[in-house]
Design a protein around this ligand. Structure first.
Ligand code: T3D
Length: 256
C-alpha cells in the first residue's frame, strides 16, 4: 500500500499531511491511510490534538476519478462503506480537537472530510467545490448533512446544483470555515492554533464534541448510510458515466 498520508509529531499535536500529487485525490490507499492515522491519534494518549493539512497545490480534489472509473460497475455503496463513511465517523468520534488547514481546491469527498473536522482554517486562495454533480453524483461523505447545516439549505442546494466554486471569504461569511489567513501564513497559523488546542482541557473538549454530536448530528451514521444508498443509484446512471469520462477526457459533459 502506498504511503499517501505523512504522520508527524509537533509536541502534543499529531500532524497528518495528505501527500498525493498533484491534487491529493483520494485513492483507496489515501483513505485507508487516513483512517489508520486517526486510529493512531485515538490510541495514543499523548496526542492531544490533530492537524489535518495537505502538501501540493490543493487540499484535495476529492475522490480519485481515475480509480473510480477503473472500478466502474462496482457498488458505490460498498465503496463508501469501506472508505469515507468510516472516515467521517472517526473524525466525529475522536474525542480530541481536529483542525483542518485548507488551501487550493477542496472538492467532493474532501469537502466532507473538511466539514467533519471540528474547526477549519483556510488560506485566502482556497476554492470550495461541492463537486458531486459535476460527475453525475449526489453528495456523500456527510456533505448532504453538514453543508446545509453550515451554509444554509438554499445556498447548499444552489452550490450542489451549479457546482460553482465558493471562496474562502464566502466560506468565512457563511460559517463554513472559522478563520481565513494569507496563504503564506497558513502553515504557521494552523500549527499555532492546533498547539493552543492541545494545551486545553482535553476531557472537556472531548465531552463537548460528544455533546455536539448528540445535539446536532445524532443521525450521522444513518445519513451516511442513506447517502451510500443514494450514491449506488446515482453511480448506475449514464450521467455518472458521462461526467467521469468527460472530466478525464478534459471536455464538457453532455447530458441528454
Ligand atoms: O464511491 C465513491 O467514491 C463516490 C464518491 C465520490 C466523492 C467525490 O469526491 S465526487 C467529486 C470528485 N472530484 C471532482 O469531481 C473534482 C474534479 N477536479 C476538479 O474539478 C479540478 O481538478 C479541481 C477544481 C479540483 C482543481 O482544478 P485545477 O485547475 O487546479 O487543476 P486541474 O488541472 O483540473 O487538475 C490537475 C490534475 O489533477 C489534472 O491532471 P493532469 O492533466 O495534470 O494529468 C487532473 O486531471 C487531475 N485531477 C484533478 N482532480 C482529479 C484528478 N485526477 C483524479 N481525480 C480527481 N478528482
Amino acid at each position: 500500500m502506498e504511503n499517501l498520508v505523512r504522520v508527524q509529531r509537533e509536541g502534543a499535536v499529531l500532524v497528518l499531511t495528505l501527500d498525493h500529487p498533484p491534487v491529493n485525490a483520494f485513492t483507496h490507499d489515501l483513505t485507508v491511510g487516513l483512517q489508520k492515522a486517526l486510529r493512531q491519534a485515538a490510541g495514543d494518549a499523548t496526542v492531544r490534538a490533530v492537524l489535518l493539512k495537505a502538501a501540493h497545490r490543493a487540499f484535495s480534489a476529492g475522490q480519485d476519478l481515475t480509480e473510480l472509473q477503473a472500478v466502474e460497475g462496482e457498488s458505490l455503496r460498498g465503496h463508501l462503506q469501506q472508505t469515507y463513511n468510516p472516515l467521517i465517523l472517526q473524525l466525529r468520534r475522536l474525542e480530541k480537537p481536529v483542525l483542518a488547514a485548507l488551501h487550493g481546491a477542496v472538492a467532493g469527498a474532501a469537502l466532507g472530510v473538511a466539514l467533519a473536522c471540528d474547526l477549519r482554517i483556510a488560506a485566502a486562495n482556497t476554492r470550495f467545490l461541492v463537486g458531486f454533480s459535476g460527475i453525475g453524483l449526489a453528495p456523500d461523505s456527510g456533505v448532504s448533512l453538514l453543508l446545509p447545516l453550515m451554509m444554509g439549505f438554499g445556498r447548499a442546494t444552489e452550490y450542489a446544483f451549479t457546482n460553482k466554486p465558493f471562496t474562502a471569504e464566502e466560506a468565512l461569511a457563511w460559517g463554513v470555515v472559522n478563520r481565513v489567513v494569507p496563504a503564506e501564513r497558513l502553515e504557521q497559523e494552523a500549527l499555532a492554533w492546533a498547539q493552543e488546542l492541545a494545551a486545553g482541557p482535553l476531557a472537556a473538549f472531548g465531552l463537548t464534541k460528544r455533546a455536539f454530536n448528540r445535539a446536532i448530528l445524532p443521525h450521522l451514521e444513518d445519513i451516511l448510510d442513506y447517502e451510500a444508498h443514494i450514491q449506488d443509484i446515482a453511480g448506475r446512471t449514464p450521467e455518472h458515466h458521462e461526467g467521469v469520462s468527460a472530466f478525464l477526457e478534459k471536455r464538457p459533459p453532455k447530458y441528454v
